[in-house]
Design a protein around this ligand. Structure first.
Ligand SMILES: [Zn+2]
Length: 287
């Protein structure tokens, strides 16, 4: 296979792979769409359980108060009946006190009961709200899940067919090269094959050693940028910047190149140029 064809295939492979990586990320993000809603649902469920417990407690208290109230009423009525059959002042006073006490107890119990019943109604209302919220969320989540699963299936289908295209594009190219190339594209989230313009890698904008550029120019084998690991190919410099870069290097002026390097991406790796940690082949020209 001619190098030109290899490069062409790699560019094609890159295009397909970039599409696939993007779709893979979308697939990874799909479950996140439901996370917030599922969290909400589990919060409401927890709240419902707590309210249910509260409700049961209040209900038991209400029942107990009703029992006490019935007892107090019965005690009062019994005492009132006895009023008909008393004969002494002392008996009358004792019975009268009994009736008053029973009446007071009744009043207090009625008050307590009303209060508890009010709270019970409030808690019940909140429970009902939780219930309808739970139903709503469950329905929505079920609907969304169905939609999401369809979406996922279709994306997985796309990924599968892109893989087939990738296999076709990479056919005949060394597996190891494809493996490295794929890793670069994933890591750099972008191009894995870039042209060299003048002495500059257009992937990382680092200046490449001269013998290195010559090797790229001759196009006999696949060469990776020593700084950003992208695959390099030679491209005739267009009129303008490329020529100037080339001429500047030849004439020994690096000022334009330094500007160029600063504008380039900063990946924080092998960024030796600005630190003065130049390749030895560059030092000769740097004088
Ligand atoms: Zn590079």
């Amino acid at each position: 296979m001619l190098m030109e064809e290899v490069f062409e295939r790699l560019r094609e492979y890159q295009e397909i792979l970039t599409k696939r990586v993007a779709i893979e990320h979308e697939v990874e993000d799909i479950p996140k769409a439901l996370t917030a809603q599922e969290e909400l649902l589990s919060r409401v469920r927890k709240s419902y359980v707590e309210r249910r417990e509260e409700f049961d407690g209040i209900e038991a208290r209400v029942k107990d108060l009703r029992g006490q109230l019935a007892e107090a009423e019965a005690a009062r009525e019994a005492a009132e009946k006895q009023m008909d059959s008393i004969s002494t002042q002392r008996e009358y006073e004792a019975l009268n006190k009994e009736i008053r006490d029973a009446t007071d107890r009744e009043h207090q119990l009625r008050k307590d009961l009303q209060k508890e019943e009010r709270v019970l109604a409030e808690v019940e209302e909140l429970m009902r709200k939780d219930e309808s919220m739970i139903n709503l969320q469950e329905t929505e989540i079920a609907e969304k899940s169905t939609k999401i699963n369809l979406e996922r299936d279709s994306k997985l289908g796309e990924i599968k067919s892109l893989r087939t295209e990738e296999d076709r594009a990479s056919e005949g190219i060394e597996k190891e090269i494809i493996f490295k190339f794929e890793r670069i594209i994933r890591n750099k989230q972008g191009l894995g094959i870039v042209p060299v313009k003048g002495y500059v890698c257009t992937g990382c904008y680092m200046i490449l050693p001269a013998q290195f550029v010559n090797e790229v120019r001759s196009g006999n084998k696949i060469i990776f940028c020593p700084y950003c690991s992208r695959i390099l190919y030679h491209q005739e410099a267009e009129e303008g910047e490329g020529d100037e870069l080339f001429v500047d290097i030849e004439s020994g002026s690096l000022s334009d190149l330094e500007d160029y390097a600063e504008e380039g991406e900063e990946e924080g790796e092998d960024d030796g140029f600005e630190d003065g940690d130049k390749d030895s082949s560059m030092d000769e020209r740097d004088e």
